[in-house]
Design a protein around this ligand. Sequence first.
Ligand SMILES: [Zn+2]
Length: 217
Amino acid sequence: MPFSCGKMKTERVIMEKITLNCVVVDESDIPTVDMFISEYALMELGDCEVSLKSVTPDEAAEKTDSNDLTALIMRHSDLITLETVKKAATSLSKKNLMGLWILRMEGQKDFKMSCPMCGQKLWVRDSDVNKRGRCPNCKKAFNLPAQCKQVRGLLSMDETQPVCTVFEQSKISLESAVRELLSSVGADFDHLNDSSDNLDDSIYNKATVQVEIQEEE
Ligand SMILES: [Zn+2]
């Protein structure tokens, strides 16, 4: 059932108060997200009054109010980060509607992902999405995905579940992410699969390298 906003059974129009718990997956992003969120702590969107709160994954797991929404905030989509996202998501109350927000610096046009074959962390430019990329570590080629699509795939989320890019200091991108969460059914992380079991742990400690682009003939 879609999350409905403002459908009160009283005759007066009453603002529906919603708390949006923002869960920052990577601790190093907490100060940035806290500052950003405190600037726009209260948002009025249609009939909804949304208060944004930054909470830890543990705090979010304890919340049971079914009127709360949860946004998981991540930045890079390498396998370690995605494992942390899965852990945070599965510990949350199933009642809480969820969305996934990908944080980017203002104007940032690239992202970090892991090579699907060997796990090597790779920098991928948005402008190279849909091109054929080659991992400098294992030399294998693969189609470069858009970050949202890659995250959806690895977290087994379908198209109805909100994955939004939020640019630091951009109120517009934050507002549209909140709107999308309000109108969505929320993410269901029930059927997560562990994709990284067979990877060599040492790959996680390697530095991120730029993906190679294969020129078309
Ligand atoms: Zn590789």
